[in-house]
Design a protein around this ligand. Structure first.
Ligand SMILES: [Zn+2]
Length: 349
């Protein structure tokens, strides 16, 4: 009994030592494997960054950009306004980047071809430029730059607000339309939250705006951008029944098909040129391809009362999207991840 008593602690020590060594080996192997994966992914990310055109060709996705205001930010501390504004200088730099790097903004009619994997008509890399809300600064600021570069764009307008103090006039819309560069599509009548609207209201907002826009521009209207990105199944079914063929939301993902929740990247005062380059070159890895904003309220408009002006025309514009529960960048759902950030998270995991 005495011998057994003495052997037991010895056995225990021996087994305990083996367990300790195994544990240490496991840690080292895990560390080496993680280090290898981290280095591998970092190298791959660098290669991807260096040669984005190959990724675009393989990926086939279309970057769709969403702008609101293009003009000066009078109060740099106005974060809500900054989330909707791009300065003239930044906008011109972005358009310059597109032109210098082989991009060509396409028209809505060309989207089916893009999603079939084709490039733009000229063989350049396709991108779609969209502008929401029909602010008057589009006429004075964005449109001249689009003309300078010969770029196509789409303007989504809430028809009931046109001719208002800070919005485009129908005369300006017709003049812009005659350039052949800008298509005007639907953004409802009153810029309401469709996801919170009744069936009758949805039908009115989508039907009335479509007929008014077609009458004023003389062009068919087939596309829709949901105000606040708010959408529901009922909204989509109503849009389909009224003859719409596609609709846009907001989300950090490129578009891969035409549907009723086509994602768009918001470009605003927080968008650096580096971030812009990542977006158009497909360096943003999206975790979820479809972005649906949570239902908000219908009383989101014009709460901030913030006003901006253009130096020459002093054309002041207000911001219907400001003050909404989903307008600030800090409140947006971060569905997008850059590849380096993805590598870092993988490494942490
Ligand atoms: Zn809007």
């Amino acid at each position: 009994m005495e011998v057994l008593y003495k052997e037991q602690p010895l056995r225990f020590q021996k087994v305990g030592g083996q367990v300790g060594r195994c544990y240490a080996e496991f840690i080292m192997r895990f560390f080496r494997l993680s280090l290898f994966l981290f280095l591998f992914l970092t190298v791959m990310a660098s290669l991807w960054r260096l040669n984005p055109s190959k990724v675009l060709a393989k990926d086939g996705g279309l970057p769709i950009l969403l702008y609101h205001y293009v003009g000066p930010l009078d109060n740099p501390g106005d974060s809500a306004r900054k989330a909707l504004s791009v300065t003239l200088q930044d906008f011109e730099a972005q358009m310059n980047y597109l032109q210098a790097n082989g991009f060509e903004p396409v028209t809505l009619g060309y989207l089916p071809y893009v999603f079939e994997g084709r490039q733009s008509l000229s063989g350049k890399k396709p991108v779609l430029l969209t502008f929401d809300d029909g602010y008057m600064d589009f006429y004075f600021n964005a449109f001249p730059i689009l003309k300078k570069f010969g770029f196509h764009a789409v303007s989504f307008i809430p028809t009931g607000k046109m001719n208002g103090s800070y919005y485009l006039t129908w005369e300006q819309i017709k003049e812009i339309r005659q350039s052949g560069l800008v298509e005007f599509e639907d953004h409802t009548v009153n810029h309401v939250n469709l996801a919170a609207a009744s069936g009758d209201q949805i039908r009115f907002e989508l039907g009335e705006s479509k007929s008014v826009l077609e009458r004023e521009t003389g062009q068919p209207v087939s596309y829709l951008a949901y105000p606040y990105g708010a959408v529901s199944g009922q909204v989509i079914e109503t849009a389909k029944s009224l003859g719409y063929v596609g609709a846009f939301v907001e989300g950090d993902s490129r578009a891969y098909s035409l549907g009723f929740t086509v994602p768009r990247f918001r470009i605003n005062g927080y968008t650096t040129l580096g971030r812009f380059e990542d977006i158009v070159n497909g360096r943003i890895v999206s975790l979820l391809p479809v972005y649906l904003k949570p239902t908000g309220s219908n009383t989101q408009e014009n709460k901030s009362g913030a006003v901006s002006s253009r130096p020459q025309s002093q054309a002041a514009v207000r911001q219907p999207d400001s003050g909404s529960s989903a307008s600030g960048p800090q409140q947006r759902v971060p569905f997008g991840l850059s590849l380096p950030r993805f590598c870092f998270l993988f490494w942490c995991f």
